[in-house]
Design a protein around this ligand. Structure first.
Ligand code: PAF
Length: 510
């Protein structure tokens, strides 16, 4: 594709009309650095759409003329960087193109009050209104499929996300983690304005907050007063330093697992921001749902894609059922059950096919636990209080430090009620019976009767949802996904998109 520079909105409209592909849009104010390069290369590597970068120093988001005029402008170099990193087109409008004089279509937007009344919003009156106005205007002109934004400006990202949700503007926001220089300082166009000494101060600040993150990992708490004192003792001029909920930007609550430590400092005349996300434990995804809803396949794929541990709790109940059957344990008489359970160990191990094998007391039962014989008793066995308690404890132990996706029937309600993302995956009984039939047919010569399978699933649903202990119910905060008619990949993509809205990219692969 020919690289093109567009300067006028009419030319942009014309180009847009003739374009056959969707657009990845990367809005910038120029002075491109490694942070922008990452946005462009992420866009380039995520699909085959056309990558359009805009360079527009938006006067509405500057507090004063001096700040606007001193903003670094390096247009020739920007063009070179953008094209060489994968931009196909660059839109470089003038102020008059974006805000035509006396145009009744100009509309000036307001940022969310809640989100803009914290952090930078406190001292930069009108800044986020200006950002909302320009981004919305650019999006209306460009109509992209994807919008790429850096997590470096986390508050801006939240405000734009909120605006587009409110306006029901159909675009995927793809966020990209903060990129840091060799000394730990986040890339920012304003870094150019710093003297050597000021850069040293910024470095101290960034290093201190990244150190606070390390301490938090160990201690699970942060002493904001002490940190502020320490920064002040190093002559760092703090505008704010806050520990907040990462999405509401409200003060942290004791139960918050992921939080943000964000600060702004003044280095000479330049104002700079930085943040880190703090986590008590890594994120957990809970996927619950009835038998045959596709949980296993989907959970495995999500684990692979997001590099999370895969916890198949159903396999644990099946392994116990297999063991009880093999050892002819009379599980209705529970006097000995506790002792028996305490001598059981269930372990998952990755096999050479990049899948997981299940071992119970060192016997590999991966295949054996999937037989219809086990399917017909597992619901009963998993409703035994002692079995449940034993396995819920074992599962919580595995999930202690998070970083996993667990599937089952009571993950979101009982095992990990504080999971960051809870999905309740369902499908109609017919759809599930159809899926189970093809799955079993692939596995072996056992003759499968569709109606019998349908009946088995119906009964299993009934047993699971009416049992006294941990019945199959959707957690109040779970998102229900009905998967009839969707391909596996479509469901996986949906879940990952929701995960991306709940977990900053910056901490997804820690
Ligand atoms: O982050 C920026 O560079 C700007 O605020 C943006 C999003 C390009 C709007 O002018």
């Amino acid at each position: 594709m020919n690289k093109i520079i567009i300067r006028k909105t009419e030319a942009l409209n014309e180009w847009r009309r003739n374009l056959k592909s969707d657009i990845n849009f990367i809005p910038t104010m120029g002075n491109l650095h490694d942070g922008h390069q990452k946005l462009i290369s992420t866009a380039k590597n995520s699909n085959c759409y056309t990558n359009l970068l805009s360079i527009f120093v938006n006067p509405l988001q500057f507090e004063n003329k001096e700040d606007l005029e001193s903003y670094p402008k390096t247009i020739d170099k920007d063009i070179e960087i953008a094209f060489s990193n994968g931009a196909d087109a660059i839109f470089i409008p003038n102020t008059i193109d974006i805000y035509p004089k006396n145009n009744k279509n100009n509309c000036y937007l307001k940022a969310s009050k809640e989100l803009s009344s914290a952090l930078c919003g406190l001292s930069r009156a009108g800044h986020f209104d200006g950002v909302c106005t320009v981004v919305y205007r650019l999006l209306k002109l460009i109509q992209p499929r994807n919008l790429y934004l850096g997590e470096k400006d986390w508050q801006q990202l939240l405000i734009i996300r909120n605006l587009l949700e409110e306006k029901k503007f159909n675009v995927n926001i793809i966020s990209v983690p903060t990129q840091r220089d060799y000394d730990g300082v986040p890339f920012s166009s304003r870094n150019k304005l710093l003297s050597k000494n000021e850069r040293e101060i910024l470095k101290l600040f960034s290093n201190e907050i990244s150190n606070a993150k390390k301490i938090f990992k160990k201690d699970k708490k942060i002493d904001l007063k002490q940190l502020t004192k320490k920064l002040k003792s190093k002559n760092i001029s703090i505008e704010y330093l806050e520990h907040l909920h990462p999405y509401s930007l409200k003060k942290v609550q004791a139960e918050d697992n992921i939080t943000i430590l964000a600060g702004a400092i003044k280095c000479g005349k330049t104002r700079l921001i930085d943040h880190v996300f703090l986590m008590k434990r890594n994120p957990i995804i809970a996927i619950d749902g009835p038998a045959g809803s596709g949980k296993s396949t989907i959970t495995k794929l999500i684990a692979k894609e997001l590099n999370l541990l895969y916890l198949d709790t159903g396999a644990m109940y099946r392994a116990i059922s297999w063991f009880f059957k093999k050892e002819k344990i009379d599980y209705d008489k529970d006097s000995e059950l506790k002792k028996i359970l305490n001598n059981i160990s269930i372990v998952f191990k990755s096999n050479s096919l990049y899948q997981q094998d299940v071992f119970i007391n060192n016997i590999c039962v991966t295949e054996a636990i999937r037989s219809q014989e086990i399917s017909s008793i597992v619901s009963k066995i998993s409703s035994i209080k002692k079995v449940r308690e034993f396995l819920v404890n074992a599962q919580r132990k595995i999930g202690e430090s998070g970083g996993l996706v667990a599937e089952g029937r009571d993950i979101g309600t009982t095992v990990f009620p504080d999971a960051e993302l809870k999905i309740f995956l369902t499908a109609s009984i017919d759809e599930r019976a159809k899926r189970r039939k093809s799955e079993l047919e692939l596995r072996g010569p056992e003759k499968i009767d569709f109606n019998q399978l349908r009946e088995l699933i119906r009964k299993r649903d009934f047993d699971d949802s009416t049992r006294k202990i941990s019945p199959l119910t959707k957690a109040n905060d779970a998102i229900e996904l009905l998967t009839d008619g969707y391909s596996i990949n479509e469901v996986v993509e949906k879940i990952i998109n929701i995960y991306n809205l709940k977990i900053p990219k910056e901490i997804q692969f820690e």
